[in-house]
Write a protein that binds this ligand. Structure first.
Ligand code: AMP
Length: 216
């Protein structure tokens, strides 16, 4: 069983949903840096204020800010129990820092799941996405609606559209993805950790395929 896992893919490829399902199926800790940042933003902390200027514009939070948080995300307990990193690393600098961080603790990343997904589908998924303002659970207006419109199935919280999920900001996020994050596909291919999954088939099929990879 592979326990130290990175999920890579464009925004809207289903990383969060697949990670949530793998977390409950395999008991690995789901770590979403975007969700962490959104929590800080809604709590109005200093970090939240700092990252929100980048997030609402669809830009990446600068590496020094992100890297300062690795130890909070990837604790010793998480390293030993296993993790699913969703949304981190997003730059080459972050990937190198993660490798060094894990190597120092003799707990290297074992597999990188690349959720490949065409642009048209990504845009459709992101602009239809709604998230719970209380617990962060993710829905889609058309493909994964809640039982009661606008209300989270899990906690009853209000569903909202993320400020960076609007059509205008999505293009900027995709631009950053193509230019800065996508080259990590080659970075991880070189270290033979990359496994490509077809995320266009939907999150259920992608989760099943991902599970098989983790169990192999
Ligand atoms: P996500 O929920 O993964 O789509 O992340 C939402 C936003 O948070 C991204 O568009 C970035 O602005 C920011 N963000 C999340 N993770 C990172 C990261 N590893 N590096 C830089 N920015 C990030």
């Amino acid at each position: 069983m592979k326990r130290r896992v990175v999920l890579l893919g464009p925004p809207g490829s289903g990383k969060g949903t697949v990670a949530e399902r793998l977390e409950s199926r395999h008991g690995l800790k789901h770590i979403s840096t975007g969700r962490w940042f959104r929590r800080e933003m809604s709590a109005g902390t200093e970090l939240g204020r700092k990252v929100s200027e980048y997030i609402v514009r669809g830009e990446l939070v600068p590496d020094p800010v992100v890297l300062g948080l690795i130890e909070h995300w990837v604790t010793e307990e998480v390293l030993q129990g296993g993790f699913l990193l969703d949304g981190f690393p997003r730059t080459r600098g972050q990937a190198v820092a993660l490798d060094e961080f894990c190597a120092r603790r003799q707990a290297a990343v074992e597999v990188v799941l690349y959720l490949e997904c065409p642009d048209e589908l990504v845009i459709e998924r992101i602009t239809g996405r709604r998230v719970c303002s209380a617990c962060g659970s993710v829905y889609h207006e058309r493909t994964m609606p809640p039982r009661k419109p606008g209300v989270c199935d899990k906690c009853g919280g209000k569903l909202v559209q993320r400020a960076d999920d609007t059509a205008e900001v999505v293009n900027q996020r995709l631009e950053f993805y193509r230019r800065v994050t996508k080259p990590l596909v080659d970075y991880y291919r070189e270290s033979a950790k990359l496994v490509t999954l077809n995320a266009a088939l939907g999150s259920e099929a992608a989760t099943a395929a991902a599970s098989r990879v983790l169990e192999s």
